[in-house]
Design a protein around this ligand. Sequence first.
Ligand code: OAD
Length: 230
Amino acid sequence: MKPKLVVSTGAGISAESGIRTFRDADGLWENYPVMQVASADGFRANPELVHKFYNERRHQLINAQPNEAHRILVELEKDYDVYVITQNVDDLHERAGSSKILHLHGELMKIRSISDPDYIESLDIEHLDTTPATRGRNGDLMRPHIVFFQEAVPAIEEAIDIVRVADIFVVIGTSLVVYPAAGLLHYVRPGVPVYYIDPNPASTAGIPDVHVIKATASRGLRELREILEK
Ligand code: OAD
């Protein structure tokens, strides 16, 4: 059986694809008040603005391509049972070809029913724009398939179960400020090596067995691959 390599990714892994992170100096939140475009209250107050924000994100995404970091995670599947748990709402892990991907914060290219959270539709590339009047094929009013601030993260239990069986845990490109995702590290079994790849890593005080690789996602993953091959 291949060792289980569990990878938790954040906005930093998509930075080299030209998608801005949220909290870096040129981050997305600089241009948009977070609570207006990414919270349940913001959506209630101004759904037009929230739809517009995610329409812009979708147009940006279809013009972006997976980068070397996404591709290395696919290549690692030759030797490892790789699970990707991502906070990202982009589909770059899918387009690179990773086979096991869990989205914690939803998916940009999907919309879901306002009244039935289990009714989800994929958007096609010709029809990326949604408005508060957008209806699904079942007639329901739809919203972006995004986990807003103030909402629960339904996939977190599944993510915790995956992290608990990791033989190696890798964290890439996240500021580790948004919970519960940032807390996944604490479910790693004792003795399991943890690698954290980020050019500007958050404090890892209190996390045992963590090896910080201070580098961009692609360079850091090249380095990690060499470490794992030794
Ligand atoms: P942040 O913007 O908070 O953090 C991005 C991290 O990526 C920082 O630690 C940067 O140092 C790092 N970074 C920048 N360039 C990089 C590169 N080339 N390679 C690797 N790392 C790089 O993004 P997240 O931690 O992902 O939620 O943010 C978590 C959540 O906050 C997001 O999922 C989003 C937001 O609220 C939703 O949209 C629901």
